[in-house]
Write a protein that binds this ligand. Structure first.
Ligand code: HEM
Length: 476
């Protein structure tokens, strides 16, 4: 079993904090000296991955990530920079448009979070908002920055919604990879863990994913993950962080759902309930692959009308994730082939069992921003998801999921159908819900990109090395 250097890996990568609110503060570094002064001041405050769950949560958890431009600005040597992956080196605005499909209504010219001039991102999470105001925590870090000659950039507030909800109304955050080497104390109940890792060929058991899929310098699903060359000290125990601001058109989504639920009802067997609120919940569950309380559709295809009426206010604490698709539901009759969780983690559904999925997993640590929807058609305030994910290879993991599985349906035999939530403009205007009579649902884009940055969240030693201008890493 791999031994992870937990004291060197920043917190929130392998185990989520689950804190109720935070601020994401970007900074611009005018000179390398100022940037390194700032890093040295905040280094002692950076939260690491504890080996054991906290007995007392910190009031504020702080984590630091750097953009490629940030590494340049901090004086990281050219030989190190040249070794970093192309996806990370290319300016994100340019790459988002070119590779991710952030065009038309998602193009960078529409973004309201512009961190393109930023170098350092400090992610702050507060454990108790009655004790610590997130704005005060951000103000405190800005004060330190300003004393060091570092300039503040955008500050993005994030806030959890009641019952772990995201803005469309689903309890979120259940489907996460089980990672080798994460101490047992952090893993929650066994039942919840089965189904999070890699499905084994016996059709029953699961094994943990190799840690190198998420943290650099450890064996991954394809080999030893050994780091070499001048960038090794920078990368060891680090993880790439994908940061996307995604605006959610909540009234638009509910309008679409209601309109389509009526049509969907007409395709169901005569004995199926016709209550419109119930039909909305059934269709919503088919689209996501989970009921709104988090229960997975592959494990529970039907809910009673009385139960769906309560879904909006309940969140399953630890839903069972132990399901596969290939044997029980190969054609998507239970959980549609294009459902959000089936596309973003197809488990054993693709050719080769779990072999194709295991190299495209991501750890999600996103949080909602903006106030909860008041339920009225008029309330289209700015709200959405700050999508944050960790991976060892942005191109093979996040970008693959976004471009091949979310923005395209070809891998699943769905032509150019796109994902209901995360599929960007373009592609087919329909979604297919398989059933006795397949239902072709109209698709509208309801989530829009409003910002994107790729960052590296280095290990603590790497941050120390930057501060100390370690020869070979920083300097002329
Ligand atoms: C506003 C946009 C989005 C919304 C509302 C959304 C919503 C959800 C919901 C409700 C779940 C099920 C709960 C859970 O399993 O934790 C989920 C799971 C997931 N989502 Fe998203 N999502 C969004 C964007 C994205 C994007 C952009 C990606 C990646 C490109 C993504 C990847 C995933 C993955 C990997 C899972 C877990 C699947 C599993 O392992 O079962 N999501 N999302």
């Amino acid at each position: 079993m791999v031994q992870l250097d937990l004291a060197d890996i920043q917190g929130n990568i392998l185990v989520g904090y689950g804190f109720p609110a935070g601020r994401h503060q970007f900074f611009h570094v005018p000179t390398a000296e100022a940037g390194r002064r700032f890093l040295s001041r905040i280094l002692e405050e950076v939260t690491v991955q504890n080996a054991q769950p906290w007995t007392k949560k910190p009031r504020v958890a702080a984590n630091v990530a750097l953009t490629y431009a940030g590494l340049e600005a901090l004086g990281v040597q050219d030989a190190v920079l040249a070794q970093l992956p192309a996806a990370f080196r290319e300016p994100t605005r340019q790459r988002a448009e070119r590779v991710l499909g952030d065009r038309a209504r998602n193009a960078p010219c529409h973004w309201d979070l512009d961190a393109s001039e930023s170098h350092i991102l400090v992610l702050l999470a507060v454990s108790d908002i009655t004790e610590t105001k997130p704005d005060e925590a951000a103000e405190n870090v800005r004060g330190i920055a300003s004393a060091c000659g570092v300039e503040p950039g955008p500050c993005q507030p994030v806030q959890a919604l009641p019952n772990r909800r995201e803005h469309f109304g689903w309890a979120d955050g259940f489907g996460q990879p089980a990672v080798e080497g994460v101490p047992p104390g952090h893993r929650g109940r066994r039942r919840a863990r089965a189904g999070q890792g890699v499905p084994e060929p016996n059709g029953i058991t699961w094994r943990d994913l190799k840690a190198g899929e998420f943290v650099l310098g450890y064996p991954d699903e394809d080999g030893p993950g050994t780091l070499g060359g001048p960038a090794a000290p920078l990368l060891r125990n680090g993880s790439y962080l994908v940061y996307r601001k995604l605006y959610q058109d909540v009234p638009g989504f509910h309008r679409l759902l209601r309109e389509q639920a009526r049509r969907y009802g007409a395709t169901l067997p005569a004995e199926a309930p016709r209550d419109i609120d119930h039909l909305c919940e059934v269709l919503a569950a088919k689209l996501a692959g989970r009921w709104r309380d988090g229960v997975a559709v592959p494990l529970r295809e039907r809910r009673r009308v009385e139960d769906t009426k309560r879904l909006a206010d309940s969140a399953s604490r630890n839903p069972d994730n132990n399901f596969r698709y290939a044997a029980l539901d190969p054609h998507g009759r239970i959980c549609p082939i294009g459902a959000h969780i089936r596309r973003t983690n197809p488990r054993d559904a693709l050719v080769g069992g779990g072999a194709l999925s295991r190299r495209h997993r991501i750890i999600r640590r996103g949080m909602p921003y903006g106030a909860q929807w008041d339920g009225s058609e008029q309330d289209s305030a700015d709200r959405g998801l700050i999508f944050v994910c960790f991976n060892a290879d942005i191109e093979r993991q996040f970008e693959f999921v976004q471009t091949q599985w979310v923005n395209d349906g070809n891998a699943f035999g769905l032509g150019d159908d796109r994902d209901v939530f995360a599929g960007l403009d373009g592609g087919s205007p329909k979604l297919v819900i398989q059933g006795d009579v397949p239902f072709l649902m109209k698709r509208d884009q309801v989530v829009f990109t409003r910002g994107c940055e790729y960052l590296l969240m280095p290990g603590i030693d790497a941050l120390r090395d930057i501060v100390a201008t370690r020869p070979g890493l920083v300097g002329p």
